[in-house]
Design a protein around this ligand. Structure first.
Ligand code: ADP
Ligand code: MG
Ligand code: MG
Length: 911
């Protein structure tokens, strides 16, 4: 017979904090507090295994459980000196849910179990407080009918028709008719009448009476808590958090203590430090004469816990420190003890019953990114935790929040949002709204701050998105174009704000029948997905002096190099500020997009549409100086750090103009007719351009294109060297799948290298030659590829595309369904598919190193800034990852985490 029931109390405690998997977080910590001698009402935990067995038997309690529960209940009775269901001296209990990791508010709890006509008189006599007894009774009836009789029975009423709402509205009605503001004004008579009306309503609505037998109540409560594991909210939460369905919840049955016995009684919640800022100050709220959830539910404005942490909302209310100084001192010493014991910030619940303090819960508190960082550094300074623990305390996933200006939470608290969408790009932004990309560019050029508002964005909006402070779309999800682009840049962005109606033609957006014209100011909180009217204040989280210090700590442990993907000198500088140790991907073609691209793009088009080698060489010669200049400024900005320069990659037809005006200009410059331009463009048309004439294939068919780029790279480096500046170019050949491609390109590289040395009369230019590994065949033949080159960079976007056979550009049609149906766990374009594509990468690294011991290996796909992917790259032995500049600190931290975790010999992930 399995042990299903674990006791906790002052005389004996079976469990401990280590047993979270079996007892749930709440149960394990109640046991731990009991062990520490902290006052906790006695009780017992029914295990998560029992919950799973219960479901396995089709919602039937497993054999042997009943006896164990009864035995434990007897022990609680003995310890508390009361009997459950006893008319003279009744014990009441709560049934509390609690899973392995905390799922706040997602599952159910029932308080005051055991109250019924049989026990009410005894409790009144004992407490001489009939108001308290009926207040507890009406709470029991409310919770029980909601949790046990409705939710656990799978009844799913329409919005606003549930039993709880109905009972609460009966109470509201009484309060209104009597002119009460507060529930504490309800008299005994009011409460008695309420209880009767509640019971009538329950029988009418649910067709069954409220059970008045204590044992029946208890078993109903236990079953309902188990069932709340499969409640709608809990299931939805598990999906988002990736919590497995088979964990199950424990049920904690615990002797009740009462915060609603009068004004010497109270209940509260607190944090051992401020969870929003990390301030090392005991922080919390309490309510006199209240029970359980009252504080969180916001039925009254709760009082501040101490004088130090009062805020404008609760300034006028009495602190616990003032109202009950002795109790406050006890509580303060307990919270210190708990924090020292757990070595982390705790989130605690307590109740005061007629001057006696009881602890009801402790758990590691959730916190904002800023608070996580500050607490980690403070606790390290206080020697509460080690340096490694401090590094691990701040999660790479939390860092996003710190790297962007944030809407000041204080400003946000003062106003109500006008709309809500998906938090696609972090941080905050304020600006005037515009509705087209061109407007955004133009207004920004005139020094205005703008928010680009679109129905949805497409690649043509990129310039406007770049120019805008923030982006808001009415449609689209977390992987929509706008979301992807914004995240890459670390730009504030909200997508899918369905209530926003965009009318870009007449230049206005409408929300809730209110119009916002072009030029109106709004503020976005991209971290939370909220849209506000007007301009809200911002704060800058990286001004935090701890940030640099923390990153230095993390870098001490990191083994993996971190570079950035950057195409301009400006991006390169941003990247270096964030700690990038080089550029892992510089895309040559970038100079043909966006600002100041007119001239080089024109020359490129000339080159593409050339009819003869002569014409092409002519265009190339003119283009040359732009290419060289671009490369030179980026090499210079990186000041000797490696810069991986990728040769021209996209299919050429992408650059061909489709409008008549531009075609005409091109025709004139080439001395041919528009018709001829059209004809030549059509020849470039491809059915499947992603797998068409691109990458190294261009270099094979047009060697002069490779030659021009290689020359630009070497001459840029030579000129910098001559000016006594450092430069370290790494030439990267894209889309290769065959070593002969590399050999053929290498001949050009070697020849041009010699020519440049001669021209500049120098002996040497430091450089490396490498290739992108982005076609599965290249992984299979990596040993041969590595014989020709000095480095590999895994292009995991294309590798994922070709490995899965998923077109990156068409994935929108099915990826959502795939994720929803759990066919795939994650979007493989955001986080490396370690099971599948990961094998190709592992093989590529191993095979490559087998023939080339000094081969350098990195990654330059989107996933390079994703914490889990970074950890994977560390484990397969890469030398570096490369990601967008704003993700560099995230990658640095993820790399530090994996190094520390690996040294510990793998880390368990539950908790
Ligand atoms: P949640 O996980 O949603 O916080 P809990 O099980 O912690 O749910 O219970 C809800 C509220 O009831 C909490 O405020 C808790 O402190 C209070 N509570 C639970 N059990 C007892 C008890 N035995 N005596 C007094 N208050 C209790
Ligand atoms: Mg709780
Ligand atoms: Mg590619």
């Amino acid at each position: 017979m399995p042990k299903y029931v674990y006791y906790f109390g002052s005389k004996r405690t079976d469990g401990s904090a280590e047993m979270k998997d079996l007892l749930g977080g709440k149960g394990a910590n109640l046991a731990e507090m009991s062990r520490l001698g902290i006052p906790v009402p006695a009780g017992f935990t029914i295990t998560t295994d029992c919950c799973n067995d219960y479901f396995a038997k089709g919602a039937v309690f497993p054999d042997g459980m009943k006896e164990q529960v009864e035995r434990a209940l007897k022990m609680v009775e003995d310890e508390m000196g009361m009997r459950f269901g006893d008319p003279a001296n009744p014990l009441l209990v709560s049934c509390r849910s609690g899973a392995r990791s905390s799922m706040p508010g997602m599952m159910e709890t029932v308080l005051n179990i055991g109250l019924c006509p049989k026990t009410i008189p005894g409790l009144i006599k004992k407490t001489r407080n009939d108001r308290f007894v009926y207040d507890s009774y009406r709470r029991l009836i409310t919770m029980y009918s909601d949790v046990v009789m409705e939710k656990a029975e799978g009844i799913d009423p329409e919005e606003g028709k549930g039993i709880r709402v109905q009972l609460e509205s009966i109470m509201e009605e009484v309060k209104r008719s009597k002119g009460y503001k507060n529930d504490i004004e309800l008299t005994v008579e009011d409460l008695k009448r309420l209880c009767n009306e509640y019971k009538k309503r329950i029988r009418k609505l649910l067709g069954r009476p409220f059970p008045e037998d204590p044992m029946k109540q208890l078993w109903g409560g236990i079953g309902a808590v188990f069932k709340s594991w499969n409640g709608k909210r809990a299931v939805a939460y598990r999906r988002i958090e990736g919590i497995p369905d088979d964990w199950g919840t424990a049920t904690n049955v615990q002797a009740m203590v009462f915060g609603n016995m009068g004004f010497a009684s109270a209940t509260g919640v607190a944090f051992t430090r401020n969870p929003a800022t990390g301030d090392n100050k005991f922080y919390g709220e309490w309510l006199p004469n209240a029970q359980g959830e009252d504080v969180v539910a916001g039925i009254r404005t709760p009082n501040p816990i101490n004088e130090e942490t009062k805020n404008p909302q609760n300034m006028h209310l009495e602190s616990l420190e003032k109202a009950m100084p002795d109790i406050y001192r006890r509580l303060d010493s307990i919270q210190r003890k708990l924090e020292r014991h757990y070595r982390d910030m705790q989130d605690i619940e307590f109740t005061i019953q007629e001057g006696r303090l009881f602890m009801l819960q402790t758990r590691t508190g959730k916190r904002t990114g800023t608070a996580a960082l500050n607490m980690a550094m403070d606790m390290f300074k206080e020697r509460l935790i080690t340096e490694k623990m401090a590094v691990l305390r701040f999660k790479p996933e939390q860092m996003d929040e710190l790297l962007h200006p944030l809407v000041d939470p204080a400003a946000e608290a003062r106003v109500k949002e006008i709309a809500q969408g998906l938090p696609a790009g972090p941080g905050g932004a304020s600006g005037q709204i515009v509705f087209t990309s061109d407007e955004a560019v133009e207004w920004a050029r005139n020094g205005k701050k703008v928010i680009l508002v679109r129905e949805e964005t497409n690649p043509e909006d990129v310039a406007g998105m770049r120019a805008a402070e923030g982006v808001l779309t009415a449609r689209g999800g977390m992987t929509s174009h706008a979301a992807l682009v914004a995240r890459g840049w670390g730009k504030c962005c909200i997508v899918g704000a369905g209530m926003v109606h965009v009318d870009s033609v007449s230049g206005k957006m409408t929300v809730d029948e209110k119009n916002y014209k072009k030029g109106a100011t709004i503020t976005l909180n991209g971290t939370r997905g909220y849209v506000y009217e007007g301009q809200l204040d911002m704060i800058d989280a990286t001004e935090n002096p701890y940030f640099q210090k923390f990153m230095n700590l993390a870098d001490k442990y990191r083994k993996l190099g971190v570079r950035a993907n950057a195409d301009t000198a400006e991006d390169a500088r941003v990247a270096r500020n964030f700690g990038a140790e080089g550029i892992g991907l510089f895309r040559t073609e970038h100079m043909f997009y966006g600002e100041k691209s007119e001239k080089p793009l024109f020359l490129l088009r000339q080159m593409i549409l050339s009819g003869t080698v002569e014409e092409r060489k002519n265009a190339i010669n003119k283009l040359y100086r732009y290419v060289k200049q671009n490369i030179k400024v980026t090499l210079e900005a990186m000041n000797g750090l490696p810069v991986t320069l990728r040769l021209l990659d996209p299919p050429l037809h992408e650059f061909i103009p489709q409008d008549h005006g531009r075609q005409k200009a091109l025709a004139d410059s080439l001395g041919i007719s528009v018709r001829e331009v059209k004809k030549r463009s059509e020849l470039l048309h491809e059915v499947n351009p992603m797998m068409g004439h691109r990458g190294v294939r261009l270099g094979i068919t047009y060697p002069e294109v490779t030659e021009m780029q290689v020359r630009a790279i070497f001459e840029a480096a030579a000129e910098l060297n001559k000016a006594r500046k450092k430069a370290l170019p790494e030439i990267m050949i894209p889309v290769t799948c065959e070593t002969n491609e590399l050999r053929e390109q290498k001949v050009i590289v070697d020849r041009v290298y010699g020519e440049v040395l001669k021209k500049y009369k120098i002996r040497k230019i430091n450089y490396l030659l490498g290739t992108m590994i982005e076609i599965p065949r290249a992984c299979l033949l990596a040993d041969r590829m590595a014989e020709v080159v000095e480095f590999f960079s895994f292009g995991t976007n294309d590798l994922t595309q070709m490995g899965f056979g998923f077109s990156r550009d068409d994935i929108g049609a099915f990826l959502g369904t795939y994720l929803e149906k759990k066919i795939l766990k994650d979007d493989p374009f955001q986080t490396i598919d370690q099971e599948g594509i990961g094998q190709l990468i592992k093989m590529g690294v191993a095979k490559g190193r087998s023939t080339n011991k000094t081969l350098k290996v990195g990654i330059c796909g989107e996933q390079g800034g994703d914490p889990n992917s970074v950890k994977f790259c560390h484990r397969v032995g890469m030398n570096y990852v490369s990601c967008s500049p704003y993700r560099v600190p995230i990658a640095r931290l993820a790399a530090a985490h994996v190094a520390i975790e690996a040294a510990k010999g793998g880390k368990k992930t539950s908790g």
